[in-house]
Design a protein around this ligand. Structure first.
Ligand code: ATP
Length: 582
């Protein structure tokens, strides 16, 4: 496929404000793609040249890109920047310069050629990098038509905002080959194991359904995490879990998946970011202490004081997530990883094995005298009284609560299920859990808040069935001045001109933002509301809303927007709050 054809699709995708149209346009695009291109196209439509979890960044700031544009179309960098300021968008400025430049021909570069050049730019390092990047991009731009120029420019800048979610891509892949969505669940299963859309798409296009089925866990590709359900009380949990079940402390740190291949360790966060460089102490611990040639295990990392044997609160642990002074922080606040599951061992995907067998295997590779990678403590329980007792013990130790696990359940990647049930400490009268919302829009400030530029937020949750973000609340109180300022910084970066295609709303904030940042919000109650679209029920003309919402914390570091609370979770929490009160 020529890149100019892909660029025409970019135009169409950019113009739509409806999710179903995105699926339709994408499926047409995919239909035209060859097997050897489909993976690359999946990355390119998300503005990348690698799956999102690979830290491959093209790494060109505005001024470098402007230099390339100038070089391609015989203008100075300043002239490019001036036009960019006037147009408000670098792609549009570049396209105009490209049209004006008198070129005899443009080479019809293919998608693969453009992809490879961009990937090459990402790999330059060391001396002379800037010049190499600038000249390679200039060469690409010179060889493209102006529509292609408009979109390519946004890729190194990270400003290609087509708003296409992974589930939308999965739907479109199925439709492209079968005419409907029937292969979506199977494609999703393969995606949950590897998190790599391009890889799944290529297997599918090369070998059909057998290609999807052949996708297995791969060391180095993060697995979409299994997540827990909530229940209103211990009695209900016993009913769900059967006569015997496992219980573990719920550590309040952050989830880390450890991929071990001999002495090579890779670490991934809950939102599947590569964190290997951030936690040298965990890397060293995993090399020394995990007794397996190859393994993928999961655990919760928590800052821990080995002398007093105290767990440190989340606010301390989270200091380890910064990107600078890594070694120094590793000494000051060493992490312990409490391993709680094993998914892959010595060359075999063991996710299908029941939990109790995986736990036995985990125990066989993690010794009780380990210092860094330790086993999460586990008890086998039978009754609601035992749950309550264990829960109170853990809370008094400063932990977050309990995780209950079904003994005979496989590891279910990429979703919530009753194989894991979480019980968190919460105050009487409040919901059993906080709600993870996505920032969708901002209301400009009035009165005192004009100073911050932000007066309130419009937040939503994720409708996983529709791959859409739906509104659930306006949040105006409970933010400190500093938090208002932080929202301002975030929204300046993410502001978009019109409502993004995957946002479904009945109300208009002062301006929309790209759905990207997750905020953890506490509320007193979930109520029915005619103005919000979360869980919209047309028979009653109402959705769900949060009563007295207040911000707990920003979760931009460990949750992607699609990891926000979903509509089906809110429906359950809505029902559970009645059970709790009566
Ligand atoms: P939360 O906001 O409660 O952290 P979450 O959406 O990240 O929730 P949940 O499914 O609600 O995920 O809870 C599972 C999380 O709890 C895991 O992602 C993990 O980080 C953490 N956790 C702590 N201790 C355990 C444990 N023993 N077993 C499994 N997960 C644990």
């Amino acid at each position: 496929m020529r890149f100019s054809e892909l660029a025409e699709y970019y135009e169409k995708l950019e113009a739509t404000s409806k999710r179903l149209e995105l699926v339709d346009i994408l499926s047409k695009l995919f239909k035209e793609a060859k097997a050897e291109e489909i993976g690359k196209i999946c990355y390119l439509i998300q503005g990348r040249v690698a799956p999102f979890f690979e830290p491959v960044e093209i790494g060109m700031a505005e001024s470098m890109v402007a230099q390339s544009i100038g070089r391609a179309f015989n203008k100075s960098k300043d002239e490019v920047i001036k036009l960019y300021r006037h147009k408000g968008n670098m792609g549009i400025a570049a396209a105009q310069l490209s049209t004006n430049a008198k070129r005899l021909t443009t080479k019809a570069l293919s998608v693969t050629e453009v992809f490879e050049e961009l990937a090459k730019i990402a790999k330059f390092s060391g001396k002379g990098t800037v010049e190499q990047k600038v000249s390679t991009l200039a060469q690409v731009l010179k060889s493209l038509d102006s529509t292609s120029v408009k979109h390519v420019v946004n890729i190194p800048l990270g400003t290609l905002r087509l708003g296409i979610g992974d589930p939308t891509v999965l739907d479109a892949l199925s439709i492209a080959k079968t005419g409907d969505k029937k292969l979506r669940p199977m494609l999703e299963g393969a995606y949950n194991k590897t998190s790599d859309l391009g890889y799944v798409a290529e297997n599918f296009f090369r070998k059909g359904e057998a290609g999807i089925r052949s996708v297995k866990l791969i060391i180095g590709k993060p697995i979409r995490p299994a997540l827990a359900e909530r229940l209103p009380n211990a009695e209900e949990a016993v009913k769900r879990l059967g006569g015997e079940f496992a219980a573990e402390p719920k550590f309040d740190g952050f989830r880390v998946a450890v991929h071990k291949n001999g002495n090579k360790i890779e670490l991934f966060s809950r939102n599947l970011e590569d964190m290997t460089h951030a936690f040298p102490d965990l890397v060293e611990g995993a090399v020394k202490e995990v007794k397996a040639k190859t393994a993928i295990l999961e655990g919760e990392a928590i800052a821990y004081n080995p002398v007093t044997e105290e767990f440190l609160p989340f606010q301390e642990t989270t200091k380890r997530r910064r990107k600078y002074k890594i070694e120094e922080m590793a000494k000051q606040l060493p992490l312990v990883l409490f391993a709680f599951d094993l998914l892959y061992l010595n060359g075999k995907d063991i996710t299908e094995k029941p939990y109790w067998q995986r736990r036995k295997l985990l125990e066989s590779i993690i010794h009780s005298d380990n210092k860094v990678v330790r086993l999460a403590q586990e008890r086998t329980l039978h009754t609601a009284q035992e749950i309550t007792k264990f829960f109170n013990e853990e809370i008094s130790e400063g932990l977050e609560g309990l995780m209950l696990k079904k003994l005979n359940s496989p590891y279910v990647a990429g979703g919530r299920g009753f194989h894991w049930i979480k019980f968190k400490r919460s105050q009487a009268g409040e919901l059993t859990d906080s709600v993870d919302c996505v920032l969708l829009g901002v209301y400009s400030g009035r009165g005192k808040r004009t100073e911050f530029g932000v007066g309130g937020l419009l937040v939503g949750i994720y409708d996983a069935k529709r791959d859409e973000f739906v509104t659930i609340s306006r949040v105006g109180t409970g933010l400190t001045d500093e938090e208002f300022r932080k929202v301002k910084v975030i929204s300046d970066k993410l502001q978009v001109a019109k409502k993004p295609a995957r946002v479904n709303s009945k109300i208009e904030p002062s301006f929309w933002v790209e759905p990207k940042v997750v905020l953890e919000i506490y509320a007193d109650e979930i109520t029915r509301s005619p103005i919000h679209t979360a869980g919209w029920d047309s028979s009653t003309g109402s959705g769900f809303a949060l009563r007295f919402p207040r911000l707990v914390k920003f979760r931009e570091a460990d949750k992607r927007p699609e990891d926000a609370t979903t509509v089906s979770e809110i429906m359950k929490m809505y029902k559970d709050q009645f059970k709790k009160k009566h």
